[in-house]
Write a protein that binds this ligand. Structure first.
Ligand SMILES: [Zn+2]
Length: 500
């Protein structure tokens, strides 16, 4: 909010409540979208690395997001549905699963709570009624609108003041709006037209506004006062500005209930922001098809501050992959030199499981370090400085080339670093990055799983057989049962570009 660095003070000591705006699931995520979730993941990992417990909530937008961030255009879900054979519900389910698959491949931790807009319509109606009762709204033929002149400091997050509210609303396309920046809380279906996704409301049949859902779900799951709200920098102009206004109205306060707003900058592609509307956008899948490991993309984004625009090219991604490969090779050599000592068991036992407390794992690793060999504190310092990930990678690099440190101690430090960086440094073999052209699961592993499935079927354990089929499908391998036996093929995802 203040465009400045501030000392982080959690509301409840030792505990952080974090909300992230999730994907609008009318299409695949592009790698620019994914940068936002890598940023949030680094933030979350850093907080956990520092010993905080984090309650992380992320939404799925499956209704209400219009083709323009203002209220013009059509609902992205409805539009995508009209262009395909599928209902908005089918589309949202499909793209949600694809999105989750991408997050998993990037080693992004699952949020503590996933919440979906269409599961919260009742709460949104209740919330909107409170805004109406308090006099913050007015009704037009096209729905219920928020009167932005009624809240204190509207637009402060976007650095808009009362005089140039037009900045937040380029076109005045809705008849009757009192101020250009006023926005729909509830969008009423036009007379005679039934939308594919609509609900009854006191303001007629229709659908909620996009901003409403994030206000409702964040306050529902994190309480009326929480620590951090994240999103892409585009949200700083309209979406979060409007969330703040609604929260102020609902909470009857000048405060939005959110202590800190953090935004990541865009991923740039050929001098333009990567976006679905320009038609050229890259998916994680497209990178994998070109022989890149998903974690190379993670590494690539860590090379820049989240607050800076990041220029993407295949060449710079290849350089990132080379950098990560070099690190993995050093780790592999260290493992060989260290042998299976106690440190290795400790690391194996904890597996950095998603459920394990980072504080415990970090402590475990650090306790085994000889005096003077702890580098985790230096990493802590770098990341505490507004997530200085380039500095963190430099520290990792010098750690790996520190020949004075015993190999087991280096590996303990690597384990500690990886809690925060999420690069799977101890469990990824360097060869996995060189599988050019044949990315994903190796053929030997496919054969092994197919054999296991065969014997599961012979033993009538169809559940296990189905599990294996699913597991392989997740890895991009589709099985076909034919009279001659089972065959497999790598499935390519449908081409991109079915966005608006
Ligand atoms: Zn949001």
């Amino acid at each position: 909010m203040g465009r400045s660095l501030e000392q982080f003070q959690p509301i409840v000591p030792g505990f952080v409540r974090l909300y992230s705006c999730g994907l609008t699931v009318y299409n695949y995520a592009h790698i620019g979208n994914l940068r936002a979730y890598l940023f949030t993941d680094t933030l979350r990992r850093t907080l956990q690395f520092k010993g905080y417990e984090v309650l992380h909530v992320m939404n799925i937008t499956d209704v209400g997001h219009m083709t323009s961030d203002q209220d013009e255009g059509e609902d992205k879900m409805e539009l995508a549905s009209a262009r395909s054979e599928k209902s908005p519900w089918e589309l949202s389910e499909f793209y949600t699963q694809e999105f989750k698959k991408d997050l998993q491949r990037l080693n992004i931790m699952s949020p503590s709570v996933w919440c979906k807009a269409t599961d919260h319509i009742e709460e949104m109606l209740d919330f909107a009624k409170v805004l109406e009762d308090r006099g913050y709204t007015y009704v037009l033929d096209s729905g219920l609108y928020f009167d932005t002149s009624k809240v204190k400091d509207y637009g402060r997050l976007a650095l808009i003041d009362g005089k140039d509210l037009q900045v937040g609303a380029r076109i005045e396309a809705i008849p009757g709006k009192r101020h250009p920046a006023d926005f729909a809380v509830w969008r009423r279906s036009p007379p005679g037209k039934q939308r594919l996704m609509e609900w009854m409301s006191p303001w007629g049949p229709g659908a909620p506004g996009w901003h409403l859902e994030c206000s409702v779900m964040s306050l529902k799951y994190l309480g009326r006062h929480f620590d951090i709200h994240t999103g892409g920098v585009d949200h700083r102009q309209v979406h979060h500005v409007n969330e703040i206004a609604q929260n102020q109205a609902f909470l009857n306060s000048d405060s939005s209930g959110v202590n800190i707003w953090m935004h990541n900058e865009f991923l740039m592609f050929e001098e333009e922001k990567m976006s679905k509307s320009t038609g050229h956008f890259l998916r994680l899948e497209s990178l994998i098809e070109r022989g890149f490991h998903p974690l190379s993309y993670r590494y690539f984004t860590l090379m820049a501050s989240y607050r800076k625009q990041l220029q993407f090219s295949i060449g710079s991604l290849a350089a990132a992959q080379t950098g990560l490969h070099r690190m993995l090779r050093s780790v592999a050599q260290l493992k060989e030199r260290a042998g299976h000592q106690d440190w290795y068991r400790a690391v194996e036992e904890t597996k950095f499981s998603r459920g394990a407390s980072f504080r415990v794992v970090r402590q475990l690793l650090e306790d085994g370090l000889p005096a003077g060999f702890n580098r985790a504190d230096a990493l802590d310092e770098a990341l505490s400085e507004d997530l200085n990930t380039p500095r963190a990678l430099a520290l990792l690099s010098s750690l790996l080339s520190d020949t004075a440190m015993p190999p087991a101690a280096t590996l303990r430090n690597v384990g500690s670093f990886d809690l925060a960086l999420g690069l799977n440094l101890l469990s990824t073999a360097p060869e996995e990055l060189l599988d050019q052209g044949e990315p994903g699961i190796a053929e030997a592993e496919i054969q092994r799983l197919m054999a296991e499935r065969r014997s599961a079927r012979q033993n009538r354990d169809y559940r296990r057989a189905d599990e294996i089929r699913e597991e392989l499908l997740k890895a991009g391998i589709q099985l076909k049962d034919t009279p001659e036996g089972t065959t497999w093929e790598r499935v390519l995802k449908p081409p991109t570009g079915d966005g608006e």
